[in-house]
Design a binder for this molecule. Structure first.
Ligand SMILES: [Zn+2]
Length: 249
């Protein structure tokens, strides 16, 4: 009886150690699997005039990205806050039509110089910021100073072999503003993936492109004025592909 009790105690103590050991082991496994499949954090910046940012960037595009496995996106229209968010962000998506203060400009420059990627949507591809010429030169690879009237025009994939155009219709149309985007003379250059065909002239303009940068992956999509684009399957595919491509090492 005595022996039984003692061995019972040892058995219980042994069992406790085993349980503690097991739970420590499983915790370690869980932590390492989280580290290996780390959730990618995305910050979308919007806000400013002429667009319904809450509806199409804070709601539609944010939901689109948060539905992707392994991604977690947040939205802000407070450009002061960019500098604070960037410390914990893997990808910055800019769509804002409002100025970015100096401290956040510097934080973005540091972010990109460390090789962190950028996706630039619609208004973020404008020549907007006289106090920040480096933005257009290094990140936009040029810019847009005007656009054609809001109307339906034809977009054509010109590089179907790129991961960003995978699964996108070879030609697609919806109502939008065709930005008269042009690469800048002092930029590193762009690789054009989709062009938009003017209805007003014989011109074509890049509407989806990558911007050459020594360290970072940067994608520009000039489309995205309102619901006509944001609810379109090809637009959504381009945004999702662009985000995945920039985050894929
Ligand atoms: Zn617009």
């Amino acid at each position: 009886m005595k022996t039984y009790k003692r061995s019972g105690k040892f058995f219980i103590i042994g069992l406790l150690f085993s349980l503690i050991g097991f739970s420590l082991n499983s915790m370690a496994t869980e932590v390492s699997s989280v580290a290996n499949n780390k959730v990618k954090r995305i910050l979308i910046v919007g806000g400013g005039s002429s667009h319904d940012y809450d509806k199409w960037y804070k709601e539609a595009d944010l939901n689109l990205l948060n539905a992707l496995e392994g991604m977690s996106a947040i939205y802000t229209d407070n450009t002061d806050s960019i500098q604070h968010y960037l410390k914990n962000v893997d990808l910055l998506v800019l769509s804002n039509n409002q100025p970015i203060p100096k401290a956040s400009q510097q934080a973005i420059e540091k972010f990109v110089s460390k090789g962190k990627p950028l996706v630039l949507l619609h208004a973020a591809l404008w020549y907007n910021w006289e106090d920040w010429p480096l933005y257009n030169r290094l990140f936009v690879g040029g810019g847009s100073s005007s656009h054609e009237d809001f109307q339906e025009f034809k977009n054509r994939v010109v590089n179907s072999g790129h991961p960003i155009t995978e699964g996108v219709s070879p030609q697609f149309s919806f109502k939008d503003e065709l930005y008269r985007y042009a690469p800048g003379p002092d930029s590193e250059g762009v690789e054009v993936l989709v062009i938009g065909e003017s209805l007003e002239t014989d011109e074509v303009y890049p509407v989806v492109f990558t911007v050459k940068h020594p360290k970072s992956k940067i994608v520009g999509i000039t489309l995205g004025h309102d619901e006509n684009s944001h609810l379109d399957a090809d637009y959504k595919k381009l945004v999702v592909n662009a985000v995945k491509w920039t985050l894929n090492k």
